[in-house]
Design a protein around this ligand. Sequence first.
Ligand SMILES: Cc1ncc(COP(=O)(O)O)c(C=O)c1O
Length: 482
Amino acid sequence: MTSRAPLPPPVAALFPPRDERERIDELLGRELAEATARVVAGPVMPTLERERLRRELEPFDFARPRPLEELIAWAIGVMEQGVVHMNNPRYFGLFNPPASFPSQCADRISGAFNPQLASSGSSPAPVEIEAHVIRAFARRAGLPAASGGHFTTSGSEANYTALVCALTRAEPRFGTDGVRAFPGPVAMYTSRACQPAWFKIAHHAGIGRAALKLIDTDGSGRMHVAALEAAVKRDRAAGVVPVLVSPTAGTTGAGMIDPLAECARIAREHGAWYHVDAAWGGAALASERLRGLLAGIETADSITIDAHKWLATTMGCGMFITRYPQTLSEAFRVTAEFMPSSDTQLDPYLNSLQWSRRFMGLRLFLSLAAGGWEGYAAHVERAAAVIERVKEGLSARGWTIANDSALAVLCALPPPGAPPVREIVRRMLESARAWAAVAIHEGRDVVRICATHGETSEGDVEALVGALEAACLEPTVAEVPR
Ligand SMILES: Cc1ncc(COP(=O)(O)O)c(C=O)c1O
């Protein structure tokens, strides 16, 4: 027997011993809590200069290792200065939340175990937990008990999945022949106020961007039902195959809910899949007071809900929910001898777009289990109440409210004589006092104010209203120390 050299030791920088990991973990927790406290009190906007960051990155040629402790401090510092802070309660911005603490714990847990969620053979517990949460949301939306679905990285992936299901159901030969299998060009319908990722989805699914039919809104930001019906009928008469009707429940710009029941009726009458994009607004299902706004969602063939929006999990936690899980099995079927498959109806790699998957669903499971529906109801109702306060504050200062959403998005128009909306928002962002966006609602620029932060206070609302008022007067200088 030849004598062999012993195996080299593990790379300690990548796999440190247990006591070192515990020490770093503790340090990380402390540093993050302190950084979060600074972020809450500091400016919302990034203060880091890109040029400076590039210079700081130059010495990272990775030729020599550096201590992790030092790197963690550097990374936290860069994050503190280099992002728009969703953690700041004066961020009234896009649908990006500060993450619930249980969802942050979930990321830590799934990072530590790093399970492969492609199959229930390798991850029986995570796959069951995810399926359980999906069923809970399906029931909450009023879908039948046999409904299913899966977690996605995003609302875009969930909406893409809806289109693939629609095509698969509409034409059994779509899976082998693609859109050539249809007797004519296909079309999908949503409103002008839809989230623009639908263009990419139409492109990637192979139906083409021109197949996305954007229906006019009715003057209030909701899909015009008569226009939808007329468009579908006109298209069918011309040989087009309508495959999908997708109203939005909580439009990105103005939080409007399309007439769901009417859209469902039109989809049924013309043999199209009825998908509700409730990426953000779906969180209202948690609230007994607000869920009635989503009436009509219960007949959906499928629904998109993003937990990383109003349900405040860490990023990358969408859901695709469907009453026809068998269509998912058909759309994503594949054979791979090497996979430890044990449940063809449930295994994520056989029922969704992704193969290797992270344990995304634990973020929502822990948040929902810790807070209950009751906790989430209080969270979304609180956000709606924050927006009511903003509405009162701005109305008292001569602003006009342009949308009539009962959800937590406000579109506001400045008083007569004020600078243009884009200038007002630019000035406010420059002042670093609060963050809001510009949106276009029914053809007009509006200041779009959205409450997603779970801890926004009356003082934060006053800061926003005050910042907008100041921005109407004079260009402001930075008031928060940088
Ligand atoms: C209504 C709606 N649908 C879909 C999306 C896309 O979701 P994601 O950013 O998770 O891809 C958004 C994003 O804001 C949205 O508002």
